[in-house]
Design a protein around this ligand. Structure first.
Ligand code: SF4
Ligand code: MG
Length: 328
């Protein structure tokens, strides 16, 4: 059986005046129905570009998908005829972004914008579309939806606007929802509420959810699996509880140490020193070696492939076994 959505060996590059930026370098991941995959990484790790490739947004210069496949229920979206591809991307795969304010049209009431989804895709009547817009606003827990359906985006708080974006994204019952930093612009309390909402909607509908974030703290309670990206590659992939218990990659370990954890109260927060490499100039060997406290000569020469370290878990480090058992 083919996975619901699968990225397979994806390579994306941007050909710029400063050289070729290797944004995505052989990324493979999948999400199943009813499952939440968190894609975690610092800014510039390739997590958003991978999502943009899934949505077909990276298909013109300077961005090029140079290799790989994006399969929805076994069909490669990169080679499918345009009509079929647009139908899948318009209805079956939806995406929400960090910035709800700029994604909403300021001159139309929010209810109208949600209703348009039904009018455009299902040819619903005006009154029916409006009714369904109110239902959706209810479903994403916007208080007094019936009274607020005529309000404009600026009349809502940031968190409520993000709920409106989520309502639009789930309007057509997508099989997959991709959420790119959906809570980054919001304060911590609202972040938790939006995560809870996404989780709830996902469990009700059974959709697959891809949650892109730079913040390990926000995904702990909602994700089933985590894929950690660094310099355009996945460096570790595992079920969330196992990543938290024992990371297999020094980069994941560094990320975990930089997250405030209630269960580790009083411990120093030590963010990872240094910066990710420029994607025009990724270092040889392990991409992470200039920042890795466990690096040695082999790491500077030889790029560690992403390999299975135990069932359901993979890591791209020469010393994953030692990192896992705590000897390195
Ligand atoms: Fe660190 Fe070496 Fe592992 Fe890379 S391969 S993460 S440099 S120990
Ligand atoms: Mg991004």
């Amino acid at each position: 059986d083919s996975p619901l959505l699968e990225v397979d060996g994806l390579h994306v590059e941007f050909r710029t005046r400063d050289g070729v930026s290797h944004a995505v370098n052989g990324v493979s991941y999948h999400v199943e129905q009813g499952e939440t995959l968190a894609v975690l990484g610092e800014s510039g790790s390739g997590k958003s570009v991978t999502a943009q490739a899934i949505m077909g947004i990276v298909d013109s210069p300077p961005g090029f998908v140079t290799n790989g496949a994006v399969r929805f229920r076994g069909k490669d979206l990169l080679t499918l005829p345009e009509r079929e591809r647009q139908a899948i991307r318009g209805q079956s795969i939806a995406m929400i972004f960090q910035d709800a304010l700029s994604a909403l049209n300021p001159v139309f009431p929010v209810g109208w914008q949600i209703a348009e989804m039904f009018r455009v895709h299902h040819g619903s009547s005006r009154s029916d579309a409006r009714k369904r817009a109110i239902e959706l606003m209810d479903r994403v827990h916007i208080p007094a939806a019936r009274d607020r359906v005529r309000d404009y985006p600026h009349q809502f708080s940031g968190g409520m606007r993000q709920r409106i974006m989520i309502a639009m994204a789930i309007a057509l019952d997508p099989a997959v929802l991709i959420a790119d930093e959906p809570t980054t612009a919001l304060d911590v309390t609202v972040q938790a509420q939006i995560m809870k909402l996404l989780r709830e909607l996902q469990q009700d509908s059974g959709m697959g959810l891809i949650l892109i974030t730079h913040d390990l703290g926000v995904v702990a309670d909602v994700a089933d699996r985590i894929a950690v990206m660094y310099a355009g590659r996945i460096v570790e992939q595992a079920p969330v509880d196992r990543i938290y218990a024992t990371p297999a990659h020094p980069y994941t370990r560094g990320l975990l140490r930089s997250v405030p954890r209630v269960d580790l109260k009083g411990q120093d927060l030590s963010a990872i020193a240094g910066l990710p490499p420029a994607l025009t100039n990724i270092p040889p060997g392990c991409e992470f070696h200039p920042r890795c406290p466990a690096a040695e000569q082999l790491c500077r020469e030889d790029r560690p492939p992403l390999i299975t370290v135990n069932p359901g878990r993979s890591s791209a480090c020469h010393f994953s076994a030692e990192v896992l058992n705590g000897t390195r």
